[in-house]
Ligand binder design. Structure first.
Ligand SMILES: Nc1ncnc2c1ncn2[C@@H]1O[C@H](COP(=O)(O)OP(=O)(O)OP(=O)(O)O)[C@@H](O)[C@H]1O
Ligand SMILES: [Mg+2]
Ligand SMILES: [Mg+2]
Length: 495
């Protein structure tokens, strides 16, 4: 446990933060006992907020744009942030934009951004330990949370983000929910300037339930009376639940179709799912600016103002549909990790490979979720179907999320929530390999320990290709894998 007075660096903060992860054994025990997050988790954050010196109404100063959804939350948030940031530059409203997202790709501090940049290591350490100390010394709100305790990892970062943004004078903050909505720590906000619900599908089944209507109930929990709410077109079961939730709360929920004003706007990748995210972002940014820049309104017939166009076209959201070229290998990197989003990723990869020559190589992992083996079918078939000659991946590598062959995890990726024995024995990876061999007996399937070794393997394969060919590699299945891979490919902190 970090000593509150002695350790003050960024690395110390990350070590202390890692100590707040729920260990694997406890997660397992809870799972067996059927314990799931409930209303007490938001009450707990409310208690901690008081303990560090704020009330939920202080959060009104942040003018929060709150986003939930199964897929596209982060991308939507990044779009909103990028639009507001450009608007702020030309109109000076909002003055400072905060962005809170999860999980992180390269470093923990990228979850808390100001004016689109991750806060510095120094600032992170300063605010991290200020929260830490207040939690240790104050006994405020003892009726809500036990004195001397601290929130778990993700909740701590949520709590800390409020402290950072309020102190730094942020006046518009975009918040991505962690898991679900109703019981997510970010749902402590009472008066967001707008709520947005991106595409719903199946994920986090254990916590949220295994059907899309149950999941929609949770995500719909971020809508608040008095705040405008927006969503994209959803499958019927989800749409019905969202409508009912809106009604119950007295909220007018607007369903945003693909915005016609995006015609000619270069949204990347050029795919329907991303246009849905962008359309939702336009509606959210408009709602926020109505409040922040009195009287602001978009022309419904278009065109979009230049701040919106530039915001959408120039957004940086790393690890999603990224292509990196190096000698011998074209790296396609995408952090998809649900059945639906992996199909999107596969489709995108096939389109990118169109006209290019060379063997297709997959590097895949997903740690700690046994259902992930069912992600593989869609990935395998989508790539085969999309290839003119029906060729799937020639080489398929399953690795763990351990970054380096020699030194193990980067500190920002230490994860106590997985079973360490499974990682050591590569249990999950072997299950993946078996499934893939059944799906595609022609593929050369490998199980490799670290991300670094997996990357080197793919690089090695480039020596076997013919002139004019390049290895076409897809790295996907987990944001941790993708973040680790980008770190290695770029040799430095890719932030
Ligand atoms: N609207 C969407 N529908 C389906 N897939 C999507 C959508 N938006 C993004 N994706 C896919 O999901 C991946 C993750 O996107 P993003 O980071 O926006 O999602 P997220 O909701 O923040 O996910 P998480 O926080 O669970 O990682 C993208 O790389 C892309 O492949
Ligand atoms: Mg998720
Ligand atoms: Mg996300």
């Amino acid at each position: 446990m970090a000593n509150s007075s002695a350790n003050r660096t960024y690395n110390d903060a990350i070590d202390a933060l890692n100590s707040l992860q729920t260990p694997f054994a406890i997660i397992e025990a809870r799972r067996k006992a059927g314990i799931r997050p409930d209303a007490t988790s938001v009450q707990e954050i409310r208690g901690y907020l008081h303990r560090i010196g704020y009330t939920p109404s202080d959060l009104d100063r942040l003018n929060i744009i709150h986003v939930a959804g199964t897929k596209g939350k982060g991308s939507t948030c990044a779009f909103v942030d990028s639009i507001l940031r450009r608007y702020s530059r030309s109109k000076n409203a909002p003055r400072k934009v905060g962005l809170f997202t999860s999980p992180h790709l390269i470093a923990v501090r990228e979850r808390i951004r100001i004016d689109s940049r991750p806060i510095s290591e120094e600032l992170f350490a300063k605010y991290f330990f200020e929260v830490w100390d207040r939690l240790e010394t104050s006994d405020a709100a003892k009726e809500l949370v036990e004195v001397g305790t601290k929130p778990i990892y993700a909740r701590y970062l949520t709590l800390m983000s409020y402290h950072v943004f309020l102190n730094e004078g942020v006046d518009a903050a975009v918040y991505e929910t962690g898991i679900g909505g109703e019981y997510d720590a970010t749902n402590v906000v009472e008066r967001p300037v707008a709520s947005g619900i991106s595409t719903l599908g199946i994920d986090h089944v254990y916590v949220l339930g295994g059907t899309v209507d149950k999941i929609a109930w949770h995500k719909g929990g971020i809508m608040k009376r008095g705040s405008p709410a927006f969503t994209v077109e959803q499958v019927p079961e989800a749409a019905g639940v969202l409508r009912a939730r809106a009604e119950e709360k007295g909220v007018e929920l607007r369903v945003v179709g693909v915005d016609g004003r995006l015609e000619g706007v270069k949204v990347r990748p050029n795919a329907v799912f991303q246009k849905k995210n962008a359309s939702l972002a336009v509606a959210l940014a408009e709602a926020a600016l109505k409040k922040l820049d009195g009287g602001f309104e978009l022309d419904p017939k278009g065109p979009l103002p230049k701040e919106f166009v530039e915001g959408l076209e120039q957004v940086v959201w790393r690890g999603r549909c990224e292509v990196k070229e190096e000698e011998g290998v074209s790296w396609h990197v995408d952090g998809a990790h649900t059945v639906d989003s992996l199909k999107m990723a596969a489709r995108w990869f096939v389109e990118e490979c169109d006209g290019k020559k060379g063997p297709k190589v997959l590097i895949f992992n997903q740690q700690g979720r046994s259902e992930a083996v069912d992600f593989l079918d869609g990935l395998c078939n989508t790539v085969k179907k999309g290839d003119p000659a029906g060729n799937g991946f020639e080489h398929v590598i399953f690795c763990t999320n351990v970054t380096y062959a020699e030194t193990g995890y980067k500190r920002d990726f230490v994860n106590h929530q997985y079973n360490p024995k499974d990682i050591e024995k590569m249990t999950q990876q072997k299950i993946f390999a078996e499934r893939w061999s059944a799906l595609d007996p022609d593929a050369n399937v490998m199980v490799i320990h670290s991300i670094e070794e997996a990357i080197n393997k793919a690089r090695g394969l480039s020596e076997t290709v013919q002139d004019g060919e390049k290895v076409q590699a897809l790295v996907t299945g987990s944001l941790h894998l993708v973040g680790g891979a980008l770190g290695i490919l770029e040799k430095a902190d890719a932030l």
